[in-house]
Design a protein around this ligand. Structure first.
Ligand SMILES: [Ca+2]
Ligand SMILES: [Ca+2]
Ligand SMILES: [Ca+2]
Length: 259
């Protein structure tokens, strides 16, 4: 039965399976392993994408795709939030009107005092139209926003790099990452919808020299995030498990009788 089901799934997914095979995607919750849009990654490189679809099997004769997208309203919505908290991932939110986090240069697009990530005005949930703050913006004949990274004091390029994107319209958007020599590490093409920021990023152990987005309408970029490490979720889980086990041991140990 399992074999029959697997064959049915393979038949239903068809060529899309081959697209996914060329693309390594992470950062999504369990059971969301399939990305909407098209993508490619170099060996060892992982994309973090804002859309994904899960394969939902209702019964052997009904197989559906459930699409979902991941809005970004604050730093804690980042798949790299643990790295941001511990300081190993930088965030440039442009709110001081400057591009001044270490090793970052914005080389295409321009600063705009406009519609920012929700948390940047200090009020969560007040809607896109009321979210004031600085973003990076491009439109008209300049349809690219690009960030370039330089080596840190230890000679390293970042291994994580990404940002959040929003548009005023619906836009064909491309996110791409390049190594320090300009070779393509990863690309992701999708339809960017108006109305909320979404995160797109890449992990590349060989180092990232630049990220860039092309699109055919107006584009906002905010919260440029890059760095060298995020804490392993497994480490935190193991620590918690060890603490629980120690607590259980303490409970099992009878209190020492006083003489
Ligand atoms: Ca901002
Ligand atoms: Ca700044
Ligand atoms: Ca807000």
């Amino acid at each position: 039965m399992k074999t029959l089901l697997a064959a049915l799934i393979a038949f239903t997914m068809g060529s899309t399976v081959r697209t996914q095979a060329a693309c390594s995607v992470a950062g999504m919750p369990p059971n969301y392993s399939f990305t909407a849009g098209s993508c490619s990654t170099a060996p060892g490189v992982t994309l973090y994408v804002p859309y994904s679809s899960a394969l939902v099997i209702m019964d052997p004769f009904e197989v559906l795709f459930d699409s979902k997208r991941y809005p970004y309203a604050q730093r804690s919505d980042s798949p790299w939030a643990a790295g941001i908290r511990q300081g190993s991932i930088y965030v440039e939110d442009f709110e001081d009107g400057l591009v001044n986090t270490p090793g970052l240069a914005m080389t295409s697009g321009f600063l705009l005092d406009g519609s920012s990530v929700d948390e940047d005005d200090g009020v969560l949930g007040n809607g896109t139209d009321n979210d004031f703050g600085f973003v990076y913006y491009a439109a008209g004949n300049t349809h690219t926003i690009r960030a370039e990274f330089s080596r840190d004091s230890k000679g390293r390029f970042p291994t994580y790099a990404g940002w959040v994107m929003d548009t005023l319209d619906q836009s064909d958007a491309t996110f791409a990452a390049y190594d320090p020599s300009g070779n393509l590490l990863a690309s992701y093409n999708y339809i960017l919808q108006w109305g909320e920021f979404q995160f797109v990023g890449v992990y590349a152990p060989q180092g990232i020299g630049a990220i860039a987005s092309d699109f055919n309408q107006r584009l906002y970029v905010d919260h440029v995030q890059y760095g060298y490490a995020i804490p392993e979720p497994g480490t935190a889980l193991l620590t918690a498990t060890a603490a629980l086990a120690a607590a259980a041991r303490r409970r099992r140990t009878p209190a020492r009788q006083l003489p």
